[in-house]
Design a protein around this ligand. Structure first.
Ligand code: CP
Length: 332
């Protein structure tokens, strides 16, 4: 926790040095690969750093629901000896205003400027979940809530899934692939799958970013209209024919996402895109969970020994622990 004087000094200094030490997205390949190795070590020795977080506090702020992220991040912090405070901000907190210079005479009771500074006095690290509204691409891709916390908090901020990114999930996914791969350069296929609701692009965005940092042969497949952000995709291969894309895959990662181009829209619910045992063959199956059985993927795949979904969820603890440990060493 920082004193008010330290907070003001950081604010005056523009917090530039500290901002490089947040965990809000996947930026630096070398750093990310160190975190994956650290997560693998922590899985083998969960309590090797159980004193590092002693007398330190993690504040977990949720604007949206969670099972895995909430429990695994809390467990990760506790393995490091940290105290944890959790608040469901939409239900239990005051409604926050994020606009600067606004007259707060409507429903928003508290401004992010005060809220972030106050929480920074109670916590050494702030972790935050805030999904997109899926109405305006410009608004969502500006990451208003995450960036406001980064701007006004005086302690490091961890992204527990924002409007456009889920880097903690991607770390666990990369760790899982590293543990299970049998070839030096496995073929990894990210496939769109049907879903009745409009879902964010955060998980596929971060998975693509992460896989582009790994030694894998990455292919993305989806119906036309579901192209992901060109900035995130870069030169990643897209094959619109799912059967062709899945050929010789070592890992099949299924996920639904709503359209990026026709932003937030569900353009297709084509059940032919559901993952079945005929499609997986010998490949491992991956999904971030929660997953809708027999909509996204057939029972027979989820219940088979090729399914890695429980391994991925387990690895959420170790990857979160690696991130928190790194931030404790560098910042808190
Ligand atoms: N995969 C994932 O983030 O799960 P939760 O939404 O349950 O946290």
């Amino acid at each position: 926790m920082k004193t008010t004087m330290q907070q003001h000094t950081d604010t005056l200094n523009g917090k530039s040095a500290q901002q490089e030490k947040e965990f809000t997205d996947l930026h630096n390949k070398e750093h990310i690969n160190k975190l994956i190795d650290s997560a693998i070590s922590l899985k083998a020795s969960p309590f090797a750093h159980s004193e590092t977080g002693k007398h330190k506090t993690l504040a977990m702020l949720f604007f949206n629901s969670s099972l895995r992220t909430r429990m695994s991040t809390q467990k990760a912090a506790q393995n490091l000896g940290m105290n944890v405070m959790t608040i469901n901000l939409n239900q239990d907190g005051w409604q926050l205003e994020f606009e600067d210079g606004t007259t707060m005479n409507a429903d928003k009771a508290e401004h992010i400027k005060e809220a972030a500074l106050v929480i920074s006095q109670y916590a050494d690290i702030i972790a935050l979940r805030a999904f997109p509204k899926l109405v305006s691409r410009e608004d969502d891709y500006q990451e208003t809530i995450l960036n406001a916390f980064v701007k006004y908090a005086t302690v490091p901020v961890v992204n527990m899934e924002s409007a456009t990114a889920h880097p903690l999930q991607a770390l666990a996914d990369a760790m899982t692939i590293k543990e299970k791969q049998t070839h030096k350069k496995p073929k990894v296929v990210l496939t769109w799958a049907p879903h009745p609701k409009a879902l964010p692009q955060a998980v596929p965005n971060s998975f693509v970013k992460m896989m582009r940092m790994q030694a894998v042969d990455l292919v993305v497949t989806h119906p036309e209209g579901y192209e992901l952000s060109p900035e995130i995709m870069g030169d990643t291969k897209v094959i619109y024919d799912q059967e062709e894309a899945l050929k010789d895959a070592d890992f099949i990662y299924a996920k639904n996402w709503s359209s990026f181009t026709e932003y937030g829209k569900v353009l297709s619910q084509d059940e032919n895109w559901m993952i079945t045992p005929e499609k997986t063959g010998e490949a491992f199956f991956m999904h971030c969970l929660p997953v809708r059985r027999n909509v996204v993927v057939a029972d027979a795949v989820l219940d088979s020994k090729q399914s890695l979904v429980i391994d991925q969820a387990n690895n959420r603890t170790w990857s979160a622990q690696a991130v928190l440990l790194d931030l404790l060493h560098n910042n808190a």
